[in-house]
Design a protein around this ligand. Sequence first.
Ligand SMILES: Cc1ncc(COP(=O)(O)O)c(C=O)c1O
Length: 382
Amino acid sequence: MGIYLDNAATSFPKPIQVSEAVYNFMVNIGATSGRGAYEKAMESDRLVYETRKSIASLFKQDDLKKVIFTSNVTESLNLAIKGILKKGNHVITSSLEHNAVWRSLKTLERDIGISISKVPCDEYGYTNPDDVEKYIKENTALIIFTHASNVIGTIQPIREIGFIARRYKIPFLVDAAQTAGVYPIDVKKDNIDLLAFTGHKSLLGPMGTGGLIVNLDKDISPLKSGGTGGDSSYEYQPNYFPNRLETGTPNVGGIVGLLEAIKFIQETGIDTILNKEKEVLSYALKRLEEVEDISIYGPKDIEKIVSVITFNLKDKSAEEVAYELDQNYDIMIRAGLHCAPSAHNVIGTQKIGTARIGIGYFNEKEDIDLLVDALKKINNQN
Ligand SMILES: Cc1ncc(COP(=O)(O)O)c(C=O)c1O
């Protein structure tokens, strides 16, 4: 099966229960949710409801109706950003955003004239929360931060930033793509108004799943219009949640898989998962130093990063390294800008990109040993 070290892109493998649940749904249930009154449709409704409940419990959200299913965090972020920002609004964001945020903002800047402030950070990606306050203006309508960088792993002080946002009554949107499932997140304690997450990374669920937790009383314009399974003669999108923001037949097969994935996380314990990842991360940071002419970017403190390590070798491009690892050693990593060019501006790799490993719960120290041996051999070929 090879050594999979690209968990920051998507987690693999998934707990076996996830695939079994998807298979069982496809083979034995298969009916749509929210649109039928026969038994199988009601079973489908129940499974979607159970998943909503388990997501709400994971992120400590009280109102189940405000757990919105989407197809991934990109859709969740687009929904929040485009549903809130209006012409003339100002938005504050971090220097480490993924294109899911950055392109959405740039598009609104070009098309409807919003303005954007990017809060600077140091070379390790650390943002001083007080700096966020300096950028607040009369027309600031949204503050958006990624919880952790997908390039250098840096975890942002979201609770502190959320606290500032609350003081100014500005909605605070967090991109939890790299943390949901592996870091405890409490929308209330962490002062998060909108939490965007994806199901297929550390939540260990299938691709095509994700969501938005809405923890504020403010209208969010729907991104899409269409069928919701009820009030069909009303000619507009309903005003009540979740139907206001959930349109079209949901990905019930994926949602059912996500339910099993969250059960696995809760049974295993988020702390156990995090500690295991940190153990392998710490080992990897130490062992990678043995590779000659390696530059590792970002913080090297396992308390300050998620389990992502970004690096370059002196005499090989990131793409060559990833290609050789795959072709000659059956080790899978990612190379390039990782859809987050802003973060590369911070570490000075915007022209060359980086090689990135993403450690997951199912990785072992032996995977790192094989990676380090392979990198040493790749180096020696020069
Ligand atoms: C920080 C961050 N935001 C957004 C995304 C987009 O995730 P998805 O493709 O699941 O929408 C990713 C995925 O790489 C990410 O790491």
